[in-house]
Design a protein around this ligand. Structure first.
Ligand code: SF4
Length: 256
């Protein structure tokens, strides 16, 4: 179920998360080593309960990490485990960013990798949606910088001059009868989401906006597509509409 041309990039986030979790486990073990004699002095049962909690914590971390790798690389997994793993990757993101800073890995590289990991989970769901349950959410920077049409107010204001990808994207949304909107920021995006009440969002944006949006609207699944920036960030950006159409075809519920 390949939606994208580029499906690489998950490795960084997965490696960094694993290293982060190993460090956390090593730290808690060390902490236990130092405080357990004191805890035993206070109460045997208190020490035993904390040790059991620690064992449970390790079990969750190890099984969660295995599940994370299996889901990401096979893109299929026991469905009942998916919500748990999705919650785990949401909380893993700040942890990996924290450890990424220590290893001097740029935040955008981690975000980029996170987008691919997140997308793997949506593919693993193999869930299909009615067209009206799908929202294509676009960034304002896709609009040609010289265009005066107020498409963030209403995307239908586009007059289809063809100078940017908005025209093709509107046609795509019409073809598949899905919702489409342009958001200039998080507040407007949230307003659009409240209005359209999507069950899934196909979002186009840069690494920072995509990941912020994904974490912001959780638990609504967001399939992220990174925009292309031939003229640099935030101006005249582009998106591969073929990939977007491919994703739509995979997630729309077939009437047959
Ligand atoms: S395609 Fe639409 S949004 Fe893009 S420049 Fe032309 S009128 Fe403006």
């Amino acid at each position: 179920m390949d939606f994208e041309i580029n499906t690489k990039g998950k490795g960084l986030f997965l490696t960094l998360s694993t290293i982060s979790l190993i460090i956390i486990m090593a730290f808690t073990t060390l902490l236990w080593y130092f405080i357990s004699p004191r805890l035993h002095e206070i109460s045997f049962w208190l020490a035993k309960s904390i040790l059991n909690l620690l064992r449970l914590f390790y079990l969750l971390i190890i099984s969660g990490t295995i599940l994370l790798f299996v889901t990401c690389y096979l893109e299929r997994v026991v469905k009942i485990a998916l919500p748990v793993v999705r919650i785990a990757i949401k909380f893993l993101f700040p942890i990996t960013v924290f450890f990424g800073k220590i290893f001097m890995i740029p935040k955008d590289k981690i975000r980029n990798s996170y987008v691919f990991v997140n997308n793997s989970f949506i593919k693993a769901y193999k869930k299909h949606y009615q067209p009206e349950e799908i929202l294509i959410l676009l960034p304002h920077c896709l609009q040609n910088a010289d265009c005066k049409m107020r498409i963030n107010y209403n995307i239908e204001n586009c007059v289809h001059c063809g100078k940017c990808d908005i025209s093709n994207l509107i046609n795509l949304a019409k073809k598949y009868k899905v919702n489409i909107a342009v958001a200039t920021g998080g507040t407007l995006a949230r307003r659009i989401i409240i209005k359209t009440r999507p069950k899934i969002i196909l979002a186009v944006a840069c690494e920072r906006d995509l990941v912020d949006g994904m974490l912001d609207v959780f638990p609504i699944p967001v399939y992220g597509l990174l925009n292309e920036r031939p003229e640099g960030p935030c101006i005249n950006t582009r998106v591969n509409t073929e990939i977007l159409e491919n994703i739509l075809q995979k997630i729309i519920r077939s009437e047959r």
